[in-house]
Design a protein around this ligand. Structure first.
Ligand code: FE
Length: 391
């Protein structure tokens, strides 16, 4: 039996943040990041609405980008003390991801982080609290997904946690909040959304329920990302919905090795963190060519649906890759890790271990073409030097 799970309610549209007024409960904890929600006034608004709903409100602020195991544990402790019946997570992917993991440790203080690394093995949540998620960026779609990425800085590894228990109860997809994104973040998160939809469409776990969502999201990203990058409001709104549709698709169809590679390279190099969406955007055209051996017709579907034409599936697949590369150029995203600025010596020192970690990533299992450590090493060389995938 297969399962398709989404939040119970998705509120969307300009100023849909006001839906917080209608939550029923006694205490809400609001989990936010480094200050942009506060600076732009959305945090105050959210707190005001929750108070209007008759709730006592506590804040958990300053969740860092790529949240750590330690932050998750601190948040869970704050929740055990305050005993909220609503967890309201607001911001980019990081505070929402962190709040999802805090939720688990709030309800199950005796569980361990190691227990949660096994996908789809979480204890039953909603014994103490329900969860509302409000995204401020248009990419991760964590407001509708069963996933959370937590970083173990001691080990230098990102753990993608996965379980339908952590799919939020409510998502509020308010485009006014996403209008505050700077252009670079708009570019990276938009390409993350495109990668989600493309990986979901070709995933081995794709279904009749996820395919239309994935294709719709891809079309919308192609139609609106460049204008959204340039700051056009209507395009921003379309992108905010497109990334959410992509999230509904990949939460149920899972992802592939573009994400495996992005997870394991993001924090790997001393030259600096590679933003998640930027890493995906760089790797996507290479991985499409690698996967095409098993998923050529699926990529051709995507190309046709996006209005591209070609005499064969292979030509369509190549046109899709060319289109993605054009978008990367428009959005100022480099074509390789070398161009991004990763040091060659360090890359060569680390490539073997990164290849092994990437193959072991939770996203590898649903990739349409199986991948050995040897293949992954070759792929990583291609994305580093910008050379063509021919194996
Ligand atoms: Fe992603």
């Amino acid at each position: 039996m297969a399962r398709f799970t989404l939040p119970r309610d998705i509120y969307y549209g300009r100023d849909s943040l006001a839906e917080l007024k209608n939550l029923e409960g006694k205490r809400a904890i609001v989990v936010v990041g480094g200050g942009s929600m506060k600076r732009f006034g959305f945090l105050d608004k959210a707190v005001g609405y929750l108070k209007e709903a008759g709730m006592e409100v506590q804040l958990f602020e300053n969740v860092e980008p790529d949240p750590s195991v330690e932050t998750v544990m601190r948040g869970a402790a704050a929740m055990r003390e305050f005993e909220p019946d609503w967890i309201v997570a607001m911001g980019g992917g990081s505070p929402i991801d962190a709040a999802k993991a805090m939720w688990v440790f709030y309800e199950y203080p005796d569980t361990s982080f190691e227990d949660l690394i096994t996908p789809f093995s979480f204890p039953k949540l909603r014994q103490k609290a329900h969860f509302a998620a409000i995204p401020s960026t248009s990419g991760t779609a964590t407001e509708v997904t069963a996933f959370s990425v937590i970083t173990d800085y001691q080990k230098g590894i990102k753990y993608p946690l996965a379980d339908f228990n952590i799919t939020p109860d409510i998502a509020i997809v308010d485009p006014v909040i996403a209008e505050t994104m700077p252009p670079k973040l708009t570019a990276h998160t938009g390409m993350d959304a495109l990668t989600h939809a493309i990986e979901a469409y070709v995933s081995t776990a794709h279904s009749a329920f996820t395919d239309p969502l994935a294709l719709g999201a891809i079309r919308m990203v192609f139609d609106h990302l460049p204008d959204s990058f340039r700051g056009e409001k209507a395009a921003r709104e379309h992108m905010h919905y497109a990334q959410c549709l992509a999230g509904m698709a990949f939460s149920n169809a899972l992802l592939g090795i573009v994400h495996s590679m992005a997870h394991k390279t993001g924090a790997a190099f001393s030259t600096g963190h590679i933003p998640h969406g930027c890493a995906n955007a760089i790797y996507l055209p290479y991985v499409i060519r690698y996967n095409a051996k098993n998923a050529m017709a699926r990529y051709a579907d995507i190309a046709r649906d996006a209005g591209l034409t070609g005499a064969s599936d292979e030509e369509l697949m190549e046109k899709l890759r060319a289109k993605i590369r054009d978008y990367n150029v428009t959005l100022g995203i480099p074509a390789s890790l070398k161009e991004f600025g990763v040091d060659e010596k360090e890359f060569l020192e680390k490539v073997d271990s990164i290849a092994e970690l990437a193959v072991g990533d939770a996203c590898t299992g649903s990739n349409p073409r199986p991948v050995t450590v040897e293949d992954m090493k070759k792929l990583l060389h291609c994305v580093y030097y910008g050379t063509e995938v021919n194996f």
